[in-house]
Design a binder for this molecule. Structure first.
Ligand code: NDP
Ligand code: HSE
Length: 437
């Protein structure tokens, strides 16, 4: 289909898992995209690291490939830069250069946005350019646009999400089969979910970067990965999963971003990533396999749930294509994407002030006065106990205690004091509990 209008010219930085699928979709959907945008899209260059790499039957002219990404960014005949390389540098240099020059940018780079999104937003403002990054959080799920546009008339109070597919696959598999972390990780690696070095996923760095991006958009405040409390899920054991099951719960690696008053009454933001027990009746409990889901609570809208594939070349490319269409339409109509909204400047509340609940499993000597001593430690730290369950025989007992909500610092201090109690033989596990009353 000919639109009669000159093409919107695209430069693709990166042609790996996501980039190659962007190329395929641009080719396969070319006619529809032209009709939707009102002008054709034309790829004028593709930057990669290795020119000689085998790329299958990609529907693109091999002569367009280059290793000079910065040179491509600087070309005058480029309208939109699509960055699917990843990492902080050189991506930051490329994108700030492009934005300052007034070129639209579409990126999937969560690491860069979470570490230094400010540089990109400032460059976009300076150059009067569009910055789109829907694919950076939760892959195919349309989530950032609803936060950035649809909910801008409302006040978002909390975002709770499963935003890492690899760890959700591992925890779902542990829950379904009773396997330990190591065994489930091995399965995730064999199936191609986990990378050879799974640190970013299992230690929560990937989820923390996404949490920072979500919190920034939800609360109109610049939040970086360094502001996010992060605890990985490598310590979750088969025994924890079994214990969660006994309580009618499952364990998920959650990202939780919340606004509310701090201890002095000042409105602030708390952002954390950690494994947590959630009731099986919670909307996020049924999110299995490598799927992602994000539960958004807003004052007027109430609860909203977003669900879908959070990773993979094709699903992620779908989000990238949506951004390319938006950027191309803006260029043609001379309009712009919504600019950064960070006017609220809310302070970040430390994890110690976040109100959480703990599930604590203790091995103790089963003798008179033990329960009273243990309960005394909770009382001394101003933590209220919700339930206590005791099991065991002869001289040993296991106490499983679930608390009511309390500042995380008080709960942490309670655990340290319990550790120092002579009648406590060991603390088998400590997990936060979310989603219940
Ligand atoms: P890949 O590692 O598969 O691809 C990276 C691409 O970047 C490759 O084509 C590589 O070239 C190219 N590249 C690396 N360094 C340079 C350089 N210095 N100059 C030019 N090109 C370079 O990554 P993914 O496609 O998986 O991820 C891309 C981005 O998308 C990342 O920011 C990631 O976080 C994000 N993302 C990925 C998802 C996924 O499921 N994979 C999901 C959501 C977001 P070569 O091909 O020659 O090696
Ligand atoms: N490693 C990430 C995940 C990829 O497992 O969700 C998507 O960002």
């Amino acid at each position: 289909m000919s639109s009669g209008k000159p093409a919107v010219r695209l430069a693709l930085l990166g042609c790996g898992t996501v980039g190659s699928e962007v190329v395929r979709l641009l080719h396969d959907q070319a006619e529809d995209l032209t009709a939707r945008i009102g002008a054709p899209l034309e790829v004028v260059g593709v930057a990669v690291r290795r020119l000689g790499r085998e790329r299958g039957n990609l529907p693109i002219d091999p002569a367009l490939f280059t290793t000079d990404a910065l040179g491509l960014v600087k070309r005058d005949d480029v309208d939109v830069i699509i960055e699917v390389v990843g990492g902080i540098e050189p991506a930051r240099t490329w994108l700030t250069e492009a934005l300052r020059a007034g070129k639209s940018v579409v990126t999937a780079n969560k690491a860069l946005l979470a570490e230094d999104g400010a540089s990109l937003h400032d460059a976009a403002a300076e150059g009067g350019a569009d910055l789109y990054y829907e694919a950076s959080v939760a892959g195919a799920i349309p989530l950032l646009r609803p936060l950035r546009e649809s909910l801008h008339g409302d006040r978002v109070t909390r975002v709770t999400g499963i935003v890492n597919g690899t760890t959700n696959f591992i925890l779902s598999s542990m829950d379904a089969t009773g396997a330990g972390f190591g065994e489930a990780l091995e399965e995730a690696t064999e199936l191609g979910y986990a990378e050879a070095d799974p640190t970013a996923d299992v230690e929560g760095f990937d989820a923390a970067a996404k949490a920072a991006i979500l919190a920034s958009l939800a609360f109109h405040t610049r939040v970086t990965a360094a502001d996010v409390f992060r605890e990985g899920m490598t310590g979750v054991t088969a025994a924890d999963i079994a214990s969660a099951k006994e309580m009618g719960c499952t364990i998920k690696l959650l990202c939780i971003a919340q606004r509310g008053p701090d201890s002095t009454g000042q409105e602030s933001v708390s952002v954390r990533v950690h494994p947590a027990m959630i009731p099986r009746s919670h909307p996020l409990a049924g999110v299995g396999d490598a799927f992602n889901a994000v539960f958004v609570e807003a004052e007027a809208a109430g609860p909203l749930m977003f669900y879908g594939r959070g990773a993979g070349g094709t699903p992620t490319a779908s989000a990238v294509l949506g951004d390319i269409v938006a950027a191309a339409r803006n260029r043609l109509s001379g309009t712009r994407a919504p600019s950064e909204s960070s006017y609220a400047h809310l302070p970040i509340r430390p994890i110690g002030e976040a109100v959480t609940r703990y599930h604590i499993s203790l091995d103790v000597a089963d003798k008179q006065g033990v329960l009273a001593s243990v309960a005394g430690v909770f009382a001394d730290n101003e933590v209220s106990i919700a339930t206590v369950r005791q099991s065991g025989r002869d001289e040993d007992a296991t106490l499983v205690i679930v608390t009511h909500g309390a500042p995380d610092a008080n709960l942490h201090a309670t655990v340290e004091d319990l550790r120092a109690l002579p009648i406590v033989r060991s603390i088998a596990s400590v997990l936060r509990v979310e989603g219940g009353s």
